[in-house]
Design a protein around this ligand. Structure first.
Ligand SMILES: *Cc1c(COP(=O)(O)O)cnc(C)c1O
Length: 402
């Protein structure tokens, strides 16, 4: 284990040489295993963040590690001007285990969403002409930070000062079928939504809302896009969150946990949408490179192992019950919600100090939208670790209450 890192020097150099885009904790991690991270001072933390829903298999999965090492020993990059064996293998694996016919690989979530929007618009253009271009997104959504994706992300602050913005994006309230019916029409190229809103505060979509979205997409011949960048890859207790509600999209986007930490994104599509892109329509230099896709293939194989997703559902059930028990005795908690190991605990007051106090106690948790504690641990988290975190949180809220 490496611990010979001078934290203060790292922080000072970061202040001087890195653009100041993040409010970072004054912590430098140097090692990790399973659901544990170790900082430069040797302190251990139990991780309920997983690098923001990325390291779904924890920090020391042997299969993913050996896939990466094996690939790194041969080729890391060759470009998409040639065939890439692990890319093909990952595409087949994802399609064989989903609704999709074909895949396209990018390097990040925002890029996958950009590509999905281009795909939906191109298909609408080819079949109905250029007037059909509008993208319907949801209030409370998060889809990324690029020029297009921030325009379908419901956060005006992210857009401020970056105009002029691309046009053709509208917002409608999440889980409001009547409002959706009002906004979708002949002009619509795509409806995009997260089956479980993550950054927005851990809000699952209702069956009825997804059904309405599916029916409208069929009626107006537009794409139904599910952004499963956060809730996909086993996070919901299903490989893909759409499976639980049995409503199939035309396109899904993936990233985050797809390669358990290596940068990767994907668009999966079926039918017409799988064959819309032709040579020259879309592309990327790095996307689907041998290293990322070899790691992705090993990750997906691990997630698909017999019984693995059942353990996620069981842990989800257990942890949710623990949090509901806590809520029953704790007036500071307004609501517990979420699916799989994407759980949220809404507080009646700000959550930032709780995140700090939990960090001091050795637990990494997250707070989104100011008041919603979000728990997104590695899916391999143990029951003992869940118990320890809930106990620490119970003690802390007890202290805060008085
Ligand atoms: C994180 C996230 C994105 C953006 O992914 P990046 O890799 O950060 O570009 C998009 N959509 C959802 C739902 C996300 O959680």
């Amino acid at each position: 284990m490496k611990t010979a890192i001078d934290k203060q020097s790292v922080i000072k150099t970061a202040d001087q040489y890195l653009m100041n885009t993040y409010s970072r904790q004054p912590i430098v991690f140097v090692d990790g295993f399973e659901s544990t991270l170790i900082d430069s001072e040797g302190k251990h933390y139990t991780d309920f963040l997983a690098g923001i829903a990325v390291t779904n298999l924890g920090y020391s999965n042997e299969k993913v590690k050996s896939a990466m090492l094996q690939q790194a020993n041969t080729l890391v990059h060759t470009s998409n001007l040639f065939h890439i064996e692990p890319q093909v293998a990952l595409a087949k694996l994802l399609c064989d285990n989903s609704f999709a016919d074909k895949a396209f690989f990018s390097n990040s979530g925002a890029e996958a969403n950009e590509g999905a929007i281009k795909l939906a618009r191109k298909r609408a253009y080819l079949t109905h002409g250029s007037e059909k271009n509008e993208i319907v997104a949801m209030k409370g959504s998060f889809h990324g930070r690029t020029l297009a994706t921030m325009n379908m992300t419901d956060n005006a602050h992210y857009r401020e000062g970056y105009g002029p913005h691309p046009s053709g994006f509208v917002f409608t309230p999440f889980n409001d079928s009547e409002a959706l019916k009002q906004v979708v029409g002949q002009q619509t190229a795509a409806i995009i939504l997260e089956p479980i809103q993550g950054e927005g505060g851990v809000y699952p979509a209702t069956q009825e809302f997804l059904q309405t979205a599916r029916q409208l997409a069929d009626q107006y011949d537009c794409a139904l896009i599910f952004d499963e960048i956060q809730c996909g890859m086993g996070r919901s207790g299903y490989m893909f969150a759409y499976e639980e509600l049995a409503i199939e999209p035309d396109i899904i986007t993936l990233a985050k946990a797809l390669a358990n930490g290596l940068p990767i994104g994907a668009i999966l599509a079926k039918g017409d949408y799988a064959t819309t892109f032709q040579p020259g329509s879309h592309g990327t230099t790095f996307g689907g490179n041998p290293l990322a896709t070899a790691a992705g293939k090993a990750t997906v194989e691990e997630l698909l192992k017999e019984g693995f997703l059942d353990t996620v559902k069981e842990k989800s059930h257990y942890m949710k019950k623990q949090l509901l028990n806590l809520q029953a005795n704790q007036p500071l908690i307004k609501e517990v919600r979420g699916k799989g190991l994407l759980l949220g605990l809404e507080l009646n007051s700000a959550g930032a100090t709780i995140v700090q106090e939990m960090l001091a106690k050795g637990f990494i948790i997250n707070c989104t939208q100011g008041t919603i504690l979000r728990f997104i641990p590695p899916l391999t988290i143990s029951y003992e670790e869940i118990d320890a975190m809930v106990t620490a949180l119970t003690d802390l809220l007890g202290e805060l209450e008085v």
